[in-house]
Design a protein around this ligand. Structure first.
Ligand SMILES: [Zn+2]
Length: 233
């Protein structure tokens, strides 16, 4: 059973030790396969377990049920620094109550819908949804822009929070997310697009914006071969 649940969870390096279920929720107690932790100060690998610290993390739903992981973020003691540290986990950020992949999935839903609907559909508050979007925006998204030809620029916002806006860059052919910019300033958007390189920027044929056309002049400057369309509906 444990092995089956571990396979179903499909989180690399994570083993399910126990599971409990209710009609709506699956609670999985998990442990990390790795027996050591790397000190964030000096990088030394430590085997000396100092303390166990459990916390709850929300993950992708399984079979229509919400999934809560009981995670043990261990504290090790570094023999070099003589100080304890919390291990870094690959699937959940420090002090975060959701896995990276769950935040990614929620963010993709927001891009195709809006914050308040996604909150409702996932049983989350709007603030929780927003904090996931922010955390994804802060993480560097590994992307392949090699074949980018049609770029979409959109904005998502938290209705309740005045001025909370994120700019979304999407490949409109593959529907892949290319970037999230947690600020409306042109220079920040320019910075993200510059990282794609001159070859990609010059091969973009079409840019579509679903708003007031705030970034029209920026895009015309950066993508010289692109036709820019602004959709005002
Ligand atoms: Zn150390």
């Amino acid at each position: 059973m444990k092995r089956v649940m571990t396979k179903i969870l499909n989180l690399p390096g994570v083993i399910v030790e126990d599971s409990k279920e209710t009609a709506e929720t699956l609670i999985l107690s998990v442990r990390v396969e790795k027996k050591t932790g790397a000190c964030p100060r000096c990088g030394r690998i430590s085997h000396r377990l100092h303390q166990n610290k459990g916390h709850l993390v929300r993950d992708l739903p399984i079979g229509g049920r919400e999934v809560i992981l009981k995670v043990n973020r261990r504290r090790f003691k570094c023999e070099n620094c003589q100080k304890p540290f919390s291990e870094t986990l690959d699937f959940v950020g420090n002090k975060k109550s959701f896995t990276y992949r769950y935040a990614q999935s929620v963010t993709e839903q927001v891009i195709h819908s809006d914050v308040s609907n996604v909150a409702k559909n996932n049983g989350l508050t709007e603030e929780e949804v927003w904090s996931m979007v922010i955390s994804v925006a802060k993480k560097v998204i590994p992307i392949n822009v090699e074949n980018l030809k049609i770029l979409g620029i959109d904005e998502i916002s938290l209705v309740k929070g005045q001025g909370k806006i994120i700019v979304v860059l999407v490949d409109l052919e593959s529907h892949k997310l290319l970037g999230l910019v947690p600020s409306r300033t042109q220079s920040q958007i320019e910075k993200v697009m510059r990282q794609w390189g001159g070859k990609v920027l010059s091969q973009i044929e079409e840019v579509s914006m679903d708003m007031t056309g705030n970034y029209k002049s920026l895009v015309q400057k950066m993508c010289q071969n692109a036709q820019v369309t602004v959709d005002n509906d």
